[in-house]
Design a protein around this ligand. Structure first.
Ligand code: DGL
Length: 262
């Protein structure tokens, strides 16, 4: 009898942020074979128009399909909220996306005031606005585009004076509102969650959707009949950067980290 392999899961983002999603996925699906693509050369995605975003995403999706993945996790809020419906219509495999954690935020907030930090494109997208209007109607939602954050985070230094200054300016703004819950609506921001925790003087709950994405992926991934723990990473940018973040997040079973321009 032919032995079926463990699930092969493609994961992609505009850069290193999606590695935080990969980390959550690996905790839930340690038997899976992951192929990760970081499009760091084209980051940030957050300021791109819909057409360009779709074109970049399609190139990556086509590559992952050539690598025979069973499903694709879009580890990018910007791609999910803007073009995942189009990707689903164009390609015949399941997609799991990530969106700002608005729904869980409405459970946690006590003063009915929720901050959402995401890319400009995410905040303007119909996908995000639909979710917000459905779940957070009776809440005060304070939205801020994280201008400049992805560029700083992509430098791979998570405590540089420039980054601290930038994050402090967002924190000060949210503290003036004030908010009690902050949704980190871009996977890059999860890499600097400790910095947000350090800079907020008032207690604020920081939320992201990584665990929800991992749960959903586990639900639809085909059951493993064989343990085949492996992660392959590719980047259109710096392999050193990808390697440093893989180490920082302590991602296991990484077989290769290679440069690949699509
Ligand atoms: N990490 C991505 C997100 O979750 C994209 C950030 C960007 O490239 O602007 O939105």
């Amino acid at each position: 009898m032919q032995k079926s392999l463990s699930p092969r899961i493609g994961v992609f983002d505009s850069g290193i942020g999606g590695l935080t999603v990969l980390k959550s996925l690996q905790q839930r699906l340690p038997e899976a074979h992951f192929v990760y693509y970081a499009d760091s050369q084209n980051a940030p995605y957050g300021a791109l128009d819909g057409g360009t975003l779709l074109a970049y995403s399609e190139r990556i999706v086509q590559y992952l399909i050539r690598r025979e993945v069973d499903l694709i996790v879009v580890a990018c809020n910007t791609v999910t909220t803007e073009v995942i419906d189009q990707l689903r219509a164009l390609y015949p495999l399941p997609f799991v996306g990530i969106e700002p954690a608005i729904k869980p935020a409405t459970r946690g907030a006590q003063n009915k005031s929720i901050g959402v930090l995401a890319t400009a494109r995410t905040l303007q997208s119909k996908g995000y606005q639909r979710t917000r209007d459905e779940y957070a109607k009776s809440f005060k939602v304070i939205e801020r585009p994280g201008i400049g954050l992805v560029e700083e985070i992509e430098k791979g230094v998570f405590d540089s004076p420039e980054l601290i200054r930038l994050v402090q300016s967002f924190v000060d703004d949210f503290e003036r509102q004030p908010i009690d819950t902050l949704v980190l609506g871009c996977t890059h921001y999860i890499l600097i969650k400790p910095l947000f925790e350090r800079l907020f003087a008032t207690p604020v709950t920081l939320l992201d959707a990584n665990e929800a994405v991992a749960r959903r992926t586990q639900e639809i991934a085909k059951p493993a009949e064989e343990v085949f723990q492996m992660v392959e990473c590719y980047t259109s940018g710096s392999t050193e950067l990808l390697e440093a973040v893989v180490k920082y997040l302590d991602i296991a079973f990484v077989r290769s980290i290679e440069a690949l321009t699509l």
